[in-house]
Design a protein around this ligand. Structure first.
Ligand code: C5P
Length: 226
């Protein structure tokens, strides 16, 4: 254990998918199970951190010792993240936030149109939560760790994302590999982090998500103490 139980830094983690309402009964979402984020929360508690989990809709039990805040939409997740991040030492964005939401969610259930075979939805960009946290002024800015799910050129896109979102560390994984990533229990990852000398990296082989989570938390807590 890095810290005595509950004596470690405050860690805020986003996890799971977001749901973007189209009308009162329909939404846009994705297949994120939340497993990786929940495993990170449990690993952070095990290493002595105080953990707040901002969770999209998932069917997972809250890990022991974790404070969980449930949200549905990206906008709700954004509100909670920016409320909590300035008090945190470490922010980990593990949620699969929907990039877009309906520009005008209908107040009443959308009716099937009899006169047309197509329906056009206009979507609008959601805020980039982690980029906004990373852009907080120095005294309010936690150490920021992001995730990147890629299907090709993992290392290159991870570097790009680390720079573009001004993250301190990124965990990149290949979601095209069968049996790894989305929905599964195992994951492999490439970890990239900034040091005074430049960007360092390490690969984590395929392993259960809760084991990988321990390695990620250990690396992030090590960065906090330099
Ligand atoms: O750009 P991309 O969605 O691939 O970046 C993934 C990283 O950014 C993850 O850490 C994810 O949690 C975070 N993210 C976010 N808000 C968004 C989109 C992504 O915090 N709107």
């Amino acid at each position: 254990t890095a810290f005595a139980p509950g004596r470690g830094p405050h860690v805020v983690i986003t996890a799971g998918p977001t749901r973007e309402a189209l009308d009162p009964v329909r939404y846009l979402s994705n297949h994120s199970s939340g497993k990786m984020g929940y495993a990170l929360a449990a690993a952070a508690v095990a290493q002595g951190a105080r953990v707040t989990l901002i969770s999209g809709p998932v069917s997972l039990p809250t890990p022991h010792g974790v404070t969980r805040i449930d949200v549905e939409s990206a906008q709700q997740m954004h509100t909670e993240a920016l409320r909590l991040a300035p008090e945190a030492a470490l922010f980990i964005g593990c949620a699969a936030v929907a990039d877009y939401r309906s520009a005008s969610p209908a107040e009443h259930k959308l009716k099937k149109q009899e006169d047309s075979d197509t329906l056009t939805l206009t979507l609008i960009k959601n805020p980039d939560i982690i980029a906004e946290v990373a852009a907080l002024t120095a005294e309010k800015r936690p150490l920021v760790v992001g995730f990147a799910a890629e299907t090709q050129q993992i290392e290159r896109y991870a570097h790009d994302k680390l720079r573009r979102k001004r993250l301190d560390m990124i965990v990149a994984n290949d979601v095209s590999q069968a049996g790894l990533g989305f929905g599964s229990n195992d994951n492999a990852a490439l970890l990239l982090w900034r040091t005074a000398e430049g960007i360092q990296q390490r690969t984590e082989p395929a392993q259960p998500k809760n084991q990988l989570a321990q390695g990620i938390i250990r690396q992030a807590l090590a960065l906090l103490s330099v």
